[in-house]
Design a protein around this ligand. Sequence first.
Ligand code: SRM
Ligand code: SF4
Length: 583
Amino acid sequence: MSTHSVEDIKADSARLRGSLLESLADPVTGALRESDQTLIKYHGSYQQDDRDVREERRQALLEPAYAFMIRTRTPGGVVTPAQWLQLDAIATRYAERGLRITTRQAFQLHGVIKTELKATMQAINAALIDTLAACGDVNRNIAVAADPQPSAAHAAVQVQAAALSARLLPSTRAYYEIWLDEERVASSGGEEEPIYGDRYLPRKFKIGFAVPPVNDVDVFAQDLGFIAILGEDGALLGYDVSVGGGMGASHGDPETYPRLGSLIGFIGPDQVTAVAEAVVTTQRDHGNREVRKRARLKYTIDDRGLDWFRAEVERRAGFSLPPARPFVFSHTGDRFGWSEGGGGRLQLGLRLPAGRIVDGRLDGRGEPVRHLGGLRAIATLLQAEGDGAEFRMTPNQNLVLANVPAALRARVDVLCAEHGLDGWRSATPLRRNALACVALPTCGLAMAEAERYLPELLDRVQALLDRHGIGDAPIHLRVSGCPNGCSRPYLGEIALVGRAPGRYNLMLGADHRGQRLNALYRDNIDEAAILAALDPLFAGYARDRHEGEGFGDYLLRSGAVSVPERDIRRGIPLANLSEDASA
Ligand code: SRM
Ligand code: SF4
């Protein structure tokens, strides 16, 4: 769809209502009218079709197997055990393939048919979770460091992120009228949108809050990133602000590229809303509305310059930003297993391959899993006896059971073991850290497999590592079915980016801290060629790596891969912030 038609659809939509009610009521097709397919995204849903049966249905002269994906707005990915149980019941009743934890700490449900869409939305809202603005050209679900344990400031950061998420919601009542039967009133369709205006943003917008030393949210991949700066006593002093991160690119189009965010300064905790609104409205007013592929904030900044952007943000916010303060990231991964959670409580990090939570088959290999049932049993226990325990989805598609009373540990362990949820115990670091986007069969943009291919790929890469005697190397591997980069592949030490069925670009050389992008190593190759390319690199790494040296860092040191300076964010202090403008 051209940029102009998306811009027109937004402007003509009566604040995101369009003809959604008519589209939903149309019994002749499982699809929505074309413009409503754009608008429903702002309500947290995508029209999709099952690509596994697309050709078969075309030949049988049937319309595609249309169904809807629904994504929640769950800032920081936090839900109560009761909400978990409700979402599980909704997924079991209305969706296919269980629950899916996304790389932005949301739930996705796939395969909801049009006639059940409204009931599903109502059930989600009855669980006190909404889906408003989970997709579309607005601020999306806000990502927050998932592990509450390393810092006492974490709770304050989570509260601030949730408040910002609410603050940046569109004001339209369309969502409540269409899905929750709120009565239309005279002003319906003409609501003021003080932050967004009538055309909303030029493109999607993403915010993340990191709490060093962990960079699980990949803060430099966010349009707007807040890096918590903590005092010696652990108190929250404020945030360094990063702008213009983003992963999406198109094959063969140098006008599009992944970009790491640039630091523009430090703010106090009470300045978060003002800065966020200044950044969002600057992008609203100056983002590219002509060429949709160039409409993300990263291009606005590169086109106009970081100094211009910072000055504009300062002008709108009404204060200037002092230089960013020092911080250190050690890694982007999750912590698995039990740990102290503060206040005598415990927490448990669980590995969920590619975030998919199902009972039955997890992948094409026929291995049975019972993760959905297992987490249901755990949620039931925590609901009854957990006394404030909660589920936290991580940006690495995993789960943390937080604030668990120590007395429940043994019973949770039994449930994990019974349902195969203790896979983290035996998983190698490669398997623990791997990410894959959804891709086929639901993603309409997928060029190659990702989630379904991950287990097989991991088997082969692991076997290769084992052969070189480095099976325990903590390598970060990420797979995306296309260059849009939903698994943030350009921040993987090894990444496969889909080109065509069975073919990928092999990207290498990112670091463990989310501060360096990788680089293209081999273009459009199949699995055999990928393994052949990795083989000598693993041999060299096994032979020559320094103590504690990551694979990506080794590849750079050995000269196998080079990454341009603009794709690296060095640790603060930066001597001269404007140098970063060249990035
Ligand atoms: Fe994404 C589009 C899935 C995180 C960059 N993404 C899509 C769609 C909706 C396909 C579509 O437009 O038709 C995918 C739905 C697949 C499906 O069947 O469920 C999809 N994206 C996902 C999820 C579910 C991947 C996952 O495996 O977890 C993640 C949902 C996040 C959430 O809860 O909100 C997801 N997507 C990301 C991320 C990572 C992040 O935000 O940290 C990125 C890279 C960061 C960025 O935005 O730059 C990302 N998704 C994209 C893009 C490229 C945007 C661009 O600037 O060019 C698209 C395509 C588009 O927007 O046109 C896209
Ligand atoms: Fe789909 Fe591409 Fe995103 Fe994967 S990276 S979910 S294939 S849009």
